[in-house]
Design a binder for this molecule. Sequence first.
Ligand code: ZN
Length: 84
Amino acid sequence: MGRMKELFIEQQNEMEADNTFYKGVHDSMIHSYARKAIEEYIEEGETPCPNCHKVSLLRNESNAKCTECAQEFVYVDGGALRFM
Ligand SMILES: [Zn+2]
């Protein structure tokens, strides 16, 4: 009975160690992704926001977002903005 309990506790500890490991990997993936996204966004500076008509868009290679109304857009063929 005592041995069974020890095994059980060992298994629990192993599972916790695994969870901690995966959680750490997951967090660092999110952090690097967020950092990348922030770096890539630049001020568009010319095109008025199709939603609120203020020139307050940030853009990266494929997406744009408005700093006034928080609407997000995706660039489609020809550089037009489409609501996300
Ligand atoms: Zn806007």
